[in-house]
Design a protein around this ligand. Sequence first.
Ligand SMILES: [Fe+2]
Length: 295
Amino acid sequence: MMKAFKLGYANFSVKNVDVMVQYYTHVMGYAVVERGEDGRVYLSNHIDHHHIVLTPAQDSALHSVGLQVKAEDSLDKIAEYLRREGFAAEYKTDAQPGVSEQIDVVDPSGTTVELYTDMALSGPGFQRAGILPTKLGHITIFAKDKDKTVGFYTQYLKFAITDRMEERVTFMTCNQDHHVLNFKVSDRTYMHHIAFELRDMIHMKNAHDLLTAEKIDIVWGPTRHTAGHNVASYHYDPEHFMIELFCDMDVFVPELGYFEPRPWHGDQPQKPKVWTAQEGLSRWETKFFMDLSKG
Ligand SMILES: [Fe+2]
């Protein structure tokens, strides 16, 4: 029916659009592509029309997630099918710039996912200043009904489960990245963090120097994670969304059932597995001092 293959964009409800635009343009290196009459701001850092959408609101929250899909049926038929399956799903045309058709569907955690096959490649390209991530990498959501949510993404969007951390956390991918979405058991649904991919450790170093110059604290890292083995660091944007910058993430080869070998893997081959609490989150055991549960 359809298969997701890319995390396309994140739409955030934000209290102060201007301050967030300043963060995304000045710190992250995105460019404003379009401003909607409804006050929404669309930002891109390469060829896609947008990767980040800022929606004016009373509270800060993840508004919705855009996933690009390859569809075998028309999107209106797929929306109808999802409704028959019991989901709130709506087929929309021209609901946002750069996307002519989409399905808005609410997953079992209550997160709105916007599914589309095509986005205009009218982005401004990479800018000259700022962190300049290569792409939006993943989103981690603390989710009500975590297992049902995982089931939604495997069944309807053909995500594969890569790793787990005990029964609490499930890492999932729709491409070769170790994780594109990541769900943790929670009694309420909220975004824990959003992650942007950098090229390598030099890029990480330059990004950290830039964050320091901007007086933005790095709250954890850089560290190398256990599940995914990405080298990661975390900071907060102006509305306290946790932002991860990472490089070196495991590359999953589904045909082989393991990750491309890397010297830092504990297992050879490194296969999808259930990580234990004793193994922890960090192979480098880098200490951190923020409340990790809050995101
Ligand atoms: Fe992450």
